[in-house]
Design a binder for this molecule. Structure first.
Ligand SMILES: *Cc1c(COP(=O)(O)O)cnc(C)c1O
Length: 418
């Protein structure tokens, strides 16, 4: 009975606080225009930054003829196919690392890599706004975790200084037992590259320097940067011009700019060997369907066409220019993620719903995904959007933003709206 109470109370709280989440069922493939609930919407909330989710039908059907639907087992039993193996090598080459290891999802890659690397007694330092999967991986590892203020290098350096000083100062004799213990432990620093709900980019170059100084291991989750940053979209390492030693643990996902599904970690041969031995979310799960791995090779080729990124950046610039003219509260982002910071969950929901009524889909992101009072509309732009699509969004925002900010009475959305 008490379980029922707990569940009911949690659901009621979500409704009361305008935090209720619900799914919308698409009746079409992903794209700039999607069919949903009997209507067509102009879509500004996917992570399909290059418009590649709607490609690859031919690759997939050819791959399915060869590999059929299932992998049949985990990688270490008999599920590891030539298709997986070749994709790993292609991803390693593309991102500029000696080796890569495929995971079924980015969530599983992050959880598996962090929990395999960090152990009890170690210290994990994470940006306050890191993705949930990175935080979950740290919990699973049983290491200590401290979160530094978002993108605050001084705070990160201070924590590195305080917790890993032995290399530089040799003061460990006079420190407390606790610190002496910490000194024996290792430090792992983890960050998103482009932050998923803010769109800003971590200063990974400076972080790499700090980590080298303190002999900490740097891990970057480039879920939103791969395909978007760097020449040919090669990602954060290429963008910051770092060596593999400077950015030793690199996570990429195939579900965002790649337009598909899956994820990988790239690094040294030893790192990949270690993960094959110890990453539980790699070992104890069925391998990705080989047809999917095979078909991703097509998108890996398409992704490298820099005209896609040129178009994407034109759309981003067009949106920012227009939104600034309208006086919308944009955030400091140059990426395809362009949030409009509304603040109040109810108002964010109202704006999202007003746009939806005009045939435009932009989801409201509310706590706990973002901090309290920082609800926002998360606009994402893609290379597949036309100039006219972005103009249509700006036009609708002009109307509805004014209505929202000049309304004498607060607008009351249905609390179960998207
Ligand atoms: C989407 C995302 C993930 C998870 O990747 P999936 O392949 O969707 O599981 C991990 N990290 C970040 C920063 C993300 O945005």
């Amino acid at each position: 009975m008490s379980w029922n109470n707990r569940i009911e109370r949690a659901l009621q709280h979500r409704r009361d606080e305008y935090l209720w989440r619900q799914r919308h069922t698409l009746d079409s493939a992903q794209g700039t225009h999607v069919r949903c609930d009997g209507n067509t919407f102009l879509n500004f909330c996917s992570n399909d930054y290059l418009g590649l989710a709607a490609t690859g039908q031919q690759d997939l059907s050819l791959a399915a003829e060869r590999w059929a639907i299932g992998s049949g087992a985990s990688h270490l039993v008999c599920g590891h196919s030539r298709a997986h193996h070749d994709l790993e090598q292609a991803l390693a080459d593309y991102t500029g690392y000696p080796c890569a290891l495929l995971f079924s999802t980015g969530y599983m890659a992050n959880v598996g890599v962090i929990s395999a690397l960090a152990q009890r007694g170690d210290l994990i330092l994470q940006d306050k706004l890191n993705h949930a999967s990175l935080l979950d991986g740290a919990q699973l590892s049983r290491a200590r975790m401290t979160r530094y203020r978002h993108a605050d290098l001084a705070h990160l350096n201070d924590l590195l200084e305080r917790h890993a000083p032995v290399i530089k100062t040799g003061r460990s004799q006079s420190e407390t037992d606790l610190q002496a213990d910490t000194n024996k432990a290792e430090t792992l620093v983890v960050t998103d590259s482009i932050f998923s709900m803010d769109g800003d980019l971590a200063d990974i170059g400076a972080m790499a320097t700090s980590c080298q100084q303190h002999q900490a291991l740097l891990m970057v989750d480039d879920a939103h940067g791969l395909g978007v940053l760097g020449p040919q979209g090669r990602g954060a390492r290429a963008h910051f011009d770092l060596s593999c030693e400077q950015l030793p643990v690199y996570i990429g996902t195939l579900g965002k700019a790649f337009g598909g599904y899956g994820a990988f970690v790239a690094g040294s041969e030893d790192l990949i060997d270690y993960l094959i031995q110890f990453a539980r979310s790699y070992i104890y799960t069925t391998a990705l369907p080989p047809a999917l791995a095979d078909a991703m090779q097509g998108n890996l080729q398409r992704l490298q066409d820099d005209t896609l990124r040129d178009t994407l950046h034109q759309r981003i610039a067009q949106f920012r220019r227009g939104a600034q003219e309208l006086g919308l509260p944009l955030m400091a982002s140059e990426s395809p993620i362009q949030p409009i910071l509304v603040g109040d969950s109810q108002q964010a929901l109202a704006l999202s719903q007003a746009l939806r009524d005009s045939g435009i889909w932009v989801s409201a992101i509310r706590p706990p995904t973002v901090p309290v009072n920082e609800a926002r509309l998360r606009v994402t732009l893609t290379a597949a959007h036309s100039e006219a699509d972005v103009a249509q969004l700006l036009h609708a925002l002009e109307r509805h933003w004014q209505a929202l900010t000049t309304a004498e009475q607060p607008i009351h959305p249905h609390p179960e709206a998207p």
